[in-house]
Design a protein around this ligand. Sequence first.
Ligand SMILES: Nc1ncnc2c1ncn2[C@@H]1O[C@H](COP(=O)(O)OP(=O)(O)O)[C@@H](O)[C@H]1O
Ligand SMILES: [Mg+2]
Length: 305
Amino acid sequence: MKTVFFTGKGGVGKSTMASAAAWQLASTGKRVLAVSFDPAHNLGDIFGLKLTNKKKKFDKKLYLMEVNLEKSSSKYIKDNISLLESIYSYLKPFNMERYFQVLKYSPGIEEYASLTALEELIRTEKNFDYIIVDTPPTGLTIRILALPLVTLSWIDRLKKIRSSILEKRYTIHNINGKISEKGVKLAYKETDDMVMKKLSEIETRFLALKSFLEGDNNSIVVVFNPDFLSLRESQRLINDLKELHLPFRTAINNKVEERYIKDAEDIEKKLLNEVPSVKRLRIKRIEPPPEKGYTINENLTGVLF
Ligand SMILES: Nc1ncnc2c1ncn2[C@@H]1O[C@H](COP(=O)(O)OP(=O)(O)O)[C@@H](O)[C@H]1O
Ligand SMILES: [Mg+2]
């Protein structure tokens, strides 16, 4: 299974290119799942279907879905609150629930919910040859893609803190003898500790996700338009991708007009001079804009990896 992320500034044509790539791959017999993470969902509009969190069949080989960020965030918060409540049940007297309940206002929840949904898709939808991802505008996408790295450094730190807590607990336990309180079962060893187990589980998942995203089976496509603002944002995006060790493989210069071809070439040079191995594709501006964006003429399948 391979994944392809279509990234770029709002309005450059990510959804259109992602749809076209998905449609073209499916037409060559590949099993394809196209999934949108953009809160302003256009995938359904492009294919003329109402899409939800559950994949829907569009064609023999092509399935579509839109990850609803609000729903995913609520589910993510609910799952985590019940996990925290079960792990910290012995803290009930301190009214910790109050703190758990305000988690929903915590910054970064949407990004974590998106990443959790993405991780699950990559782990479970192995029957597809391709998962095509239509992403939200640049900032949010980068924050989502940076999360595995950020999380792993946090987990490392948290495991050390937890380890030291368990060590102290064990020492106190040895001095005091057995704690006799009923219903409270504290762990003293790392192998018995639920918090440590959960941290290790998250670590394993995020390590696998990180190595998948950085590996040969993932491709990041940057879509841009031949204009100055798009150039600037794409330059920042390409720098961020480099910093995150994510494989930027393809650049699509979309909405190119024949009469401004010199400017389009100039922007392409400025953007891609330092990355000669990146595959390039130019797509003409279609007048009027395509109603069924997935049927554009240019072939994308050959430039994705
Ligand atoms: N090659 C093209 N020629 C003309 N219009 C295009 C082209 N590609 C995309 N568009 C139009 O540009 C608008 C934005 O495209 P969209 O794919 O929704 O961008 P994004 O997902 O990056 O926000 C849409 O109206 C779409 O139909
Ligand atoms: Mg879009």
